[in-house]
Design a binder for this molecule. Structure first.
Ligand SMILES: Cc1cc2nc3c(=O)[nH]c(=O)nc-3n(C[C@H](O)[C@H](O)[C@H](O)COP(=O)(O)OP(=O)(O)OC[C@H]3O[C@@H](n4cnc5c(N)ncnc54)[C@H](O)[C@@H]3O)c2cc1C
Length: 279
């Protein structure tokens, strides 16, 4: 799974499927359910790490659900789950539609973003979602409105249900293309300056605890540069665990546990992992 995730760790999966049509997706999900075969839905793999032992089941990747339909009259756009958030954000700007600028630079796709309620620089995907289309466990295609997505900070209804998100529709608003471009270039520049983008990672390893910043807490505990095996707390941004080249999933988990323990002992704050570890 190191080939399919941005952290570049993890053993083999039994199978990786990339269905490219609705019929194939429905048939696959029905088949897996009927035969009680384990499966895992994967977007761009930018917030997930797989165990070193791999995954004994089928990974369903959404990368081939890659379409965007824009309705200029209503300022809405529907994007397939496999569309990268950065590409979607760029395309909305090119069409003078504002709302998704915050997502420029988040390396996940629309499905993963809707699942995680991805956000940055004061925006989050739930600000723009109108509805999300998914396939339920029985293989039925359903749509859920934003109100029923149960969105909050890095949380959605999809975390409690094994539903495959296939697309999402967004409500946008007309906006000046030039001001959008300068804002998007600015936030991209901030990412390049502050984040260790030259090393494999899953972005921020911990959620923001209420009233604190995880990176500041980790830094204040003197943990910048602390490492276990090939996993290290980035010296550039203490909120990121990075793979220095030879990290295993076990190294990353051990390092994250050590960080949580130290921050609890020294600061009395409980950190919660943002990255998802699949065993
Ligand atoms: C350098 C870097 C910077 C980052 N910056 C940010 C940031 O600013 N803000 C932020 O929020 N995140 C950030 N992230 C984390 C990550 O990009 C987001 O969490 C993103 O939303 C994950 O999308 P993905 O497609 O990669 O999902 P994945 O990592 O593939 O999956 C994440 C979860 O979503 C589920 N999932 C994915 N697709 C589907 C689907 N179609 N149906 C059902 N479930 C699905 C998976 O099962 C998994 O549980 C960053 C990561 C990196 C590496």
């Amino acid at each position: 799974m190191k080939k399919h995730t941005t952290f570049k760790v993890g053993g083999n999966a039994a199978c990786v499927a990339m269905p490219d049509s609705v019929e194939k997706r429905l048939a696959l999900i029905k088949f897996l359910n009927e035969n009680k075969i384990r499966c895992y839905f994967l977007g761009n793999g930018s917030n997930v790490i797989f165990s070193d032992e791999g995954f004994n089941g089928v990974i369903i990747k959404t990368s081939k659900l890659n379409f965007i339909n824009i309705d200029k009259k209503n300022n809405t756009a529907q994007a397939g789950a496999g569309v990268l958030m950065t590409s979607f954000s760029r395309m909305m700007r090119e069409n003078g539609l504002g709302g998704m600028e915050f997502a420029y630079g988040i390396p996940g796709n629309i499905g993963g973003g809707c699942y995680m309620n991805a956000g940055a620089y004061g925006g989050q995907i739930s600000d723009c979602v109108l509805s999300v289309e998914y396939i339920d466990r029985q293989g039925n295609v359903r749509t859920v409105s934003r109100r029923d997505c149960d969105y909050s900070y890095r949380h959605s209804v999809f975390m409690e249900n094994k539903w495959l998100i296939t697309s999402a529709t967004f409500q946008l608003r007309p906006k000046d293309k030039v001001s959008m471009l300068s804002y998007m270039e600015d936030i991209m520049q901030r990412r390049v300056e502050k984040q260790p983008l030259d090393m494999p990672s899953a972005g921020s390893s911990f959620k923001r605890p209420r009233g604190y910043y995880a990176a500041a807490l980790i830094d204040e505990c003197g943990l910048k540069g602390f490492s276990v095996g090939g996993a290290r707390i980035s010296t550039k941004h203490a909120g990121f665990i990075v793979n220095t080249g030879s990290a295993s999933c076990a190294d990353i988990v051990a390092l994250a546990d050590e960080v949580r323990k130290t921050v609890m002992e020294k600061k009395g704050v409980q950190l919660e992992k943002e990255m998802i570890i699949v065993k």
